[in-house]
Design a protein around this ligand. Sequence first.
Ligand code: 3PG
Length: 306
Amino acid sequence: MKILVATEKPFAPVAVDGIRKVAVEAGADLVLLEKYTNRQQLLDAVADADALIVRSDIVDKAIFDAARNLKIVVRAGAGYDNIDLASATAAGVCVMNTPGQNANAVAELVAGLLLYAVRNRFNGTSGTELKGKTLGLLAFGNVGRNVARVAKGLGMDVYAYDAFCPKEAIEKDGVKAVDSPEELFRTCQVVSLHIPATDETRNSINHSLLDLMPKGAILVNTARKEVINEHDLVEWLEQRTDARYLADIQPACHEQLLEVCPERYFATPKKMGAQTAEANINAGIAAAKQIVDFIVNGNERFRLNK
Ligand code: 3PG
């Protein structure tokens, strides 16, 4: 069995060691394709692979066409908008993710971005504190739950809206459940996005939601840039000179925002929410174990495509 790890953005070396150990113990060969710069390298490498581990790497029909032995793809992470599930199903390939494995890393980045912003980029001037401020979580999945835990530690007053999570489950975690995204944006000084990029959520963070935010609003996006309507975001930041935008993903309007509100906008140069040794170890090893369990025992827990 050949397991290919194809990561344009590599895992920490210690995580690769752990993945290799799982593969070797199962009698599999592990092949690494890291920091590849063109698609052909991935198409060539996948040609004789039985299993594939990726991060945000694009896995589309061309990959499934090229990978004649492929049985399973595991996205070592949560969001799987980079994987064409319909093409996987047509090719008879099982697709899984590793939910929750990198959630703490993303949650800690949310806290880091917020502290950086409210303490004026650590420039020594007098800033504000997070304690006592209202934080709204748009979606209460693994990342949202971890952000709630960290934010409560900082003394924030945490609210959440999740269309798919019962209110009781949210409140059991000591978080106030609200009835709509509108109520969340209206109530909270800080809103942190944790929705996946789907046909329903793309462009969904628009003027009508942003305008509801109270004075001193901070929007944090460690989810996907596609969920924001960037035209509306730029207009909102132009009009609302009290508002700030913090992102783990440089939006297409990055240069424009640097001109419009250089002091009120910050984005990491590369998506780094899950870039910790711990998250890489957790997600990478979980992916390798899921592959072995699928091939050896037929275990389809975490399967995403039907
Ligand atoms: C995820 O969906 O798990 C995160 O966005 C992390 O993505 P990455 O593996 O590309 O860093």
